[in-house]
Design a protein around this ligand. Sequence first.
Ligand code: CTP
Ligand code: MG
Length: 242
Amino acid sequence: MSETLWLVVPAAGQGRRMGAEIPKQYLSIDGRPVLAHTLARLYQAFPASRLCLCLDIEGSSFDPAWVPFAGWRRVTGGAERVDSVIHALEAIAGEAADDDLVLVHDAARPCVTVDDLQRLVTCLADDPVGGLLATRVADTMKRDDGEGRVAATQPRSDLWHALTPQGFRYGLLRRALRHARAGGIAVTDEASAVEALGLSPQLVPGRRDNLKITHPEDLALAALVLSAQAAIPSTKTTIQPC
Ligand code: CTP
Ligand code: MG
């Protein structure tokens, strides 16, 4: 494994689908902002890692007291998530080595577990490409016809939900995101940028409760997940080691 583990946490979104008065990363679960929960999980798993946090320009709702890491920095986010991540990678350019592992984790995923975080890093230790936490699709998948009716049922046996963190070597990730942006390739995660280079990231099976708070009902769901995880910290899943 590389000497330095970097964490990039994009937290500069506006949370439009949530529709709250403040961005969703600042909404409270059990008296603590979502972002603080997320950072606490990351710190528990990797206390010695280096954090780069992408914040919105105002950042007015942000409190540095939420950051448990000793060495960390903030950067201003960009228009899209990928722009925020690129800002972070540019900011650490002088310090990160090309083969350092960088984990990118959405601020809006506070329910990621320490087990999943550490297993991802173990699975990626010798992987030449990198990879991501992911879960197999469980529901039957329908494609719509644009008018609210079913056009087709999609085979789901090879479909996965892409979660975060997604972990790649610094040099490869920077090249992939720059390539995607320069080529106008729409990427909503790091893996798709790496895929656009013709590479195949590793799918590391993760827990299904690593949900991304996106819509209003997700906040209550995340609160329930966090309290269930706290009550039964060693909940076993069917996840296989890599
Ligand atoms: N993000 C970011 N910079 C952006 C857009 C998103 O750092 N320009 C972050 C968000 O803060 C979030 C993560 O990327 O932690 C995942 O994005 P998403 O769930 O889409 O969050 P938002 O963009 O805030 O939500 P929405 O798309 O509903 O507006
Ligand atoms: Mg978004």
